[in-house]
Design a protein around this ligand. Structure first.
Ligand code: SF4
Length: 504
């Protein structure tokens, strides 16, 4: 069964994914490997939090002065001989790319992995004018053969296992290929070599654009982006307008944060810096180079206090690997080009249709794991809360949910009533607890308990446990961590006043 579906509601797509055992096993296996790899790499780095903060500061500074750095980049890139184009909309970016392809009478375009071109559905547009677009990143090549879209920012075919991949590649090969990764990769390598040699245009995305020299930098592990940027005579790079960083010194920080966060690697296998087309003394490289700088909704985020930090994203995918929701449903359930926590916020921020897209903000437990994983500290969990609020304020909330939340707000705002309600709940739940959990599938518990078991109320409330801990530390003469103590006291004070507090 395949859980590839982009239509319908988030709930319907998530349901499909939850019933797909192959998908769940494959996504869980890979995200866990990446998540642990990232944690080990951060620990081995030794100074991770400091570098994370450095990364955040670089991104905050760049985005705060985006107009300056964009202009500097464009000026330098043009001086290097690059044709630079601005595309305010996705449609304009596609129009420019197609115009370049037509001016070269191109028949084939080889592409290295690019989420922006996915966002623009550029492959379909190229196909429509008779140009064959071939993805050359192994994962992208696989999903192109499957007729699907990426389900992860950096591992596009994360939802497929090697047997499914062998089946797809066997069809392409016209013979049965063994489900052996070396054999499968060997087949793709041979096939793509021919495509690189015959391509008219090489097309790439851009990890970072260096303002001080007008260069663009690509990170990759397979060497395909090197082939794409050196063999064809014409190169087109599509970059989101926020990909800029000021200098090569800043790249050092990004080159430390990105691979570690993405895959747990200390360094990416290939890091290519490209500064203009081929010069006479160069051994290879394109004769003509175009860079299309894409806005497509990004400037809506500039100056928006809720969303501006989204522009800091370096597309590492670490928040997807850490997210307990993504790890169960994979990327297609989110319905947009970008998935996981970053997709749940970025897609509505890029779109204007509140009702349609704000729904995906519900696909989160608000645990804050995405923030913890993010190398540039984007507070995605706060943005998700904002999106939920925006949806309700726009009148798209459910009546029952509104009544329930109001009731909860009233009770939770009064410690006495809250305490009594918790005691009542602790007594009442005895009637429905089975094997340590609440398994009833009625009312609001119907959906929740379909795929998991609702936990019981703790025997002692947070408040009771906190008081006990204080007594215990006083009796044993120990001292409580002053930071923890101050934080806990603040939470209790806030709750006593009836406030919700800020998550995190
Ligand atoms: S939000 Fe942070 S963790 Fe997620 S992809 Fe962007 S940079 Fe990576």
């Amino acid at each position: 069964m395949s859980a590839y579906k982009t239509k319908g509601s988030v709930k319907e797509r998530a349901e499909l994914a939850l019933n797909d055992d192959f998908l769940r096993k494959a996504v869980k296996f890979t995200t866990e490997r990446l998540r642990i790899g990232k944690m080990n790499a951060a620990e081995q780095h030794g100074n991770w939090e400091e570098w994370r903060e450095r990364g955040r500061q670089i991104r905050l500074h760049t985005i705060a002065h985006l107009d300056y750095y964009l202009n500097l980049f464009v000026e330098n890139a043009r001086a290097n001989g690059v044709h630079v184009h601005f595309a305010p909309t996705g449609a304009e970016a596609v129009r420019i790319a197609l115009a370049v392809a037509q001016s070269k009478a191109a028949k084939t375009v080889v592409k290295s992995k690019s989420m922006v071109t996915e966002e623009l559905h550029l492959n379909h547009a190229l196909q429509d004018i008779g140009v064959e677009a071939i993805e050359t990143d192994l994962g992208e090549y696989i999903i192109q053969l499957a007729g699907e879209t990426p389900s992860h920012i950096i591992i596009p075919a994360i939802h497929k296992n090697r047997y499914q991949i062998a089946e797809l590649l066997s069809k392409e090969a016209g013979e049965a290929l063994e489900a052996d990764t070396t054999i499968l990769a060997g087949f793709v390598r041979k096939k793509l070599r021919e495509k690189f040699l015959e391509a008219d245009i090489g097309m790439t995305g851009c990890n970072f654009a260096i303002a001080e020299t007008g260069s663009m930098v690509l990170f990759e592990n397979e060497g395909n982006a090197r082939m794409v940027t050196t063999v064809p005579k014409t190169q087109i790079t599509l970059m989101g307008m926020e990909r800029i960083i000021p200098s090569w010194t800043d790249l050092e920080v990004m080159a430390t944060l990105l691979p570690r966060s993405a895959t747990g690697q200390k360094l990416t296998v290939y890091m290519s810096g490209i500064t203009g087309p081929r010069r006479t003394e160069d051994a290879d490289g394109p004769e003509e180079m175009h860079i299309i700088i894409v806005d497509n909704g990004r400037s809506n985020q500039l100056g928006d206090p809720e969303f501006q930090e989204l522009l800091n994203c370096i597309r590492c995918g670490a928040c997807l690997n850490a997210c307990p929701v993504y790890r169960h449903i994979g990327g297609h359930a989110y319905g947009g080009t970008y998935s996981g926590p970053i997709g749940a916020v970025l897609t509505p921020a890029l779109q204007k249709n509140v009702a349609e897209w704000d729904d995906i903000a519900n696909a989160s437990s608000l645990c804050g794991a995405c923030y913890e994983a993010c190398p540039v500290k984007i507070p995605l969990h706060d943005m998700l809360v904002y999106l939920r609020r925006r949806k309700v304020e726009a009148g798209h909330g459910k009546a029952l949910e509104t009544i329930g939340m109001r009731g909860f707000g009233t009770v939770a705002g009064q410690p006495g009533i809250m305490g009594a309600a918790v005691k009542l709940g602790q007594l009442g739940q005895r009637l429905v607890v089975r094997d340590g959990g609440i398994r009833l599938k009625v009312g609001p518990l119907k959906g929740w308990n379909k795929y998991r078991v609702a936990p019981t109320l703790a025997k002692r409330s947070f408040r009771q446990q906190w008081e006990a801990l204080k007594r215990e530390t006083a009796n044993t003469g120990q001292t409580m961590d002053p930071v923890v103590k101050a934080r806990m006291e603040a939470i209790l004070k806030e709750r006593a006043k009836g406030g919700g507090g800020r998550h995190g």
